[in-house]
Design a protein around this ligand. Structure first.
Ligand SMILES: O=C(O)CCC(=O)C(=O)O
Ligand SMILES: [Fe+2]
Length: 346
């Protein structure tokens, strides 16, 4: 286990010197190997990270490096397809938020009217299901002849990260003093809603520097995010106390893990969902990343966990069903896209 001081952007340099934040790198290998002697220290490190900045990087995990590499190459090949091939899979053609999102298709910083739309392309995949409840339905894939093997490697990666996310929820439970299996009904539900969204951030030439943004400032909707990023950089996390932004430097093969709004609610604010964004650094490199969100089972009711409310204290939030929360956040970030809920795929 190790840690490093996150570096800061130039504009924030002065304030940040006083407020450097630590994003710990946590090796979960011993936990995955069933080492019960080492596990409490790992759970304690997770607790510290989640109670402070809500961001950490996970190493020693179960996703093979070779699979990450094959997956990121396949993702780069997908985004390099002609626009007409990608547009044929546009998310607006899906009743369940799957497929291709063009540049500017989402705006996560809804509070800042001046902010640009997000300068990224995305491709969203979820578990293959029959149409029915919110977010259930078929994925949209490019024809096998156009991108051979893409679907196969994407789904191989999907289920590998899904396994890791289940293990992370078990560690989260231990970190909160709960039974290891406490979150299994949420995180391992066969009908649970998971999203594996790959992103491409185009290079930023000097003439647009400062006017574009990869992803606007936001917190993640769900409980826990696992993000794979390549070596280009640009992800930043907000230090709440000083309002300064800090880079989350790429660590090869690691998963950036962060707490989402549902987990903050569940823990009665003990764990923090932290604002983050992707800036567009001056670069002639394309950046690729992939976020995995395990948002659990739609009917789970999120209310303060045992041990997260002191005697005499009232819970900060009323109980809320996962489905209500996720629907509301989708409508906020996709605007009119929210009206697609329940519409049949064309
Ligand atoms: O691409 C990244 O580094 C971050 C993406 C992100 O924050 C998100 O998809 O919620
Ligand atoms: Fe995010």
């Amino acid at each position: 286990m190790g840690s490093f001081e996150a570096t800061t952007t130039a504009t924030d340099a002065a304030a940040a010197t006083a407020a450097a934040i630590t994003i710990p790198i946590i090796d979960i290998g011993p936990f995955l190997a069933g080492n019960e002697t080492a596990t409490p220290a790992i759970a304690a490190a997770l607790r510290a990270a989640c109670s402070n900045q809500g961001f950490l990087q996970v190493v020693g995990h179960s996703v093979p490096a070779a699979l990450q590499t094959r997956f990121l190459s396949a993702v780069a090949a997908f985004f390099a397809l002609p626009l007409r091939d990608k547009a044929a899979l546009d998310q607006s053609r899906s009743a369940c938020y799957r497929g291709y999102e063009r540049l500017g298709g989402q705006k996560l910083d809804e509070l800042d009217a001046e902010a640009t739309t997000d300068q990224k392309e995305g491709f969203s995949v979820r578990p293959e299901r029959a149409l029915g409840r919110f977010l259930a339905g078929p994925n949209q894939w490019p024809p096998e002849g156009v991108l051979p093997g893409f679907r196969e490697v994407y789904m191989e990666y999907f289920w590998a990260v899904h396994e890791l996310s289940k293990a992370m929820f078990q560690l989260m439970a231990l970190s909160l003093g709960l039974e290891k299996t406490y979150f299994d009904a949420f995180a391992a539900d066969p009908d649970g809603i998971c999203l594996c969204r790959a992103h491409h951030y185009p290079p930023t030439p000097p003439d647009v520097l400062g006017r574009t943004r990869g992803v606007g400032a936001h917190t993640d909707f769900g409980a826990l995010t696992l993000l794979l990023q390549d070596s280009v950089g640009g992800l930043e996390v907000l230090h709440k106390r000083t309002g300064t932004w800090h880079a989350v430097p790429p660590v090869e093969g690691a998963y950036v893990c962060n707490i989402g709004d549902l987990m903050q609610r569940w823990t009665n604010d003990r764990y923090q969902s932290t604002m983050h964004r992707v800036i567009s650094p001056l670069s002639n490199m394309d950046r690729y990343s992939c976020a995995f969100f395990n948002d659990g089972a739609l009917d789970v009711v999120i209310e303060a966990l045992p041990g997260c409310v002191e005697e005499g204290e009232s819970p900060v939030y009323a109980p809320l069903r996962v489905e209500e929360h996720i629907v509301e956040r989708y409508v906020q970030s996709y605007g009119a896209g929210g009206t697609l809920i329940g519409k049949a795929v064309e």
